[in-house]
Design a protein around this ligand. Structure first.
Ligand code: ZN
Length: 304
């Protein structure tokens, strides 16, 4: 008799507890999206931890995002679908200074940005570039993705003011071990640019030629640099630039497995999804280009 009572009481408390938990769950997950999310993610019994995850997911919810583009909110309502497969010029710069053929003078860079602006080119973020290439839709008929390799200080002191003045987006591929080192960007500079339209993405930790490495070494370079930039910039790092443009078949697979959505090479020309999202070509901008020369390079790497 006593045992039966005890079981009944325990049963009653269990019921009350379950009902309370259900109430919390319904409150936390009152939007359809969260309920769907929970349904997908949690085959296991619902616990408080799951509810916290659901609440966090609701805070981060992006009603406008499409195709899993990442944390950035992209309004694609005005985008146009391209008539043929998109060919996107991904411009490759290094240093904005002078002295060798990886350095483009500041005034030359300014004229190139002005030309892009005057000719109606829209600059893309990595998330936008991903949508353009993977879904064949564009925010404008004319788009470019401006990139810089290596993360030199002059990207901050010379290029950034010009990009801000023209309200342009760009992406810098930073070398993990070079952060805060001589002639390279500091953490503060990266954070400031990152908050102002300049994306910081990965150029690995040690800037070594990946095609000379074992799979394990390649994987370490890719995973550790992604973790580093994810952590210090509070972001989801989604693009990898192969150091010195060197990569092999393994690199393509490992880049995807490490969680990158795209990787860029130094193979010349416009980028297309046919090349593979982890082997995208780029247009190298060398110093001394005439205005006509620059225009030709951009136009040859585009569809139109
Ligand atoms: Zn490099």
């Amino acid at each position: 008799m006593l045992e039966k009572n005890r079981r009944m009481i325990v049963g009653k408390y269990k019921f009350i507890w379950m009902a309370a938990l259900l109430g919390v769950f319904i409150l936390a997950g009152c939007s359809q999206g969260v309920l769907e999310n929970l349904g997908k993610k949690t085959a296991a019994p619902i616990t408080e931890e799951n509810i916290e995850v659901a609440a966090a997911a609701e805070n981060d919810a992006e009603p406008d995002s499409e195709g899993g583009a990442g944390p950035e909110r992209i309004d694609t309502s005005g985008w146009v679908t391209a008539e043929s497969a998109v060919k996107l010029p991904i411009l490759m710069y290094h240093s904005i200074s002078e002295g060798n053929n990886l350095r483009v003078r500041k005034e030359e860079f300014r004229l190139q940005m002005a030309w892009l602006r005057e000719n109606g080119y829209q600059t893309l973020s990595p998330d936008e570039a991903f949508l353009v290439l993977s879904e064949n839709r564009m925010p404008s008929e004319k788009c470019v993705w401006i990139t810089f390799d290596d993360g030199y200080t002059d990207n901050y002191t010379e290029a950034f003011p010009i990009l801000k003045e023209y309200d342009m987006k760009a992406t810098i591929f930073m070398i993990g071990k070079s952060i805060g080192k001589a002639h390279h960007l500091t953490e503060d500079q990266m954070a400031e640019m990152s908050a102002n339209g300049i994306s910081i993405e990965s150029h690995t930790i040690n800037h070594l030629e990946l095609n000379r490495m074992t799979s394990g070494q390649q994987e370490a370079e890719m995973v550790q640099s992604k973790d580093l930039f994810d952590r210090i910039l509070h972001q989801e790092t989604t693009v990898l630039s192969y150091p010195v443009g060197r990569y092999n078949e393994e690199s393509l697979r490992l880049s995807e497995e490490a969680g990158y959505k795209m990787a860029v090479t130094t193979e010349p020309g416009g980028a297309t999804s046919e090349q593979g999202m982890h082997a995208l070509h780029r247009v190298r901008i060398s110093p001394g280009l005439s205005a006509g020369g620059f225009a030709n390079m951009i136009e040859n790497a585009s569809n139109h």
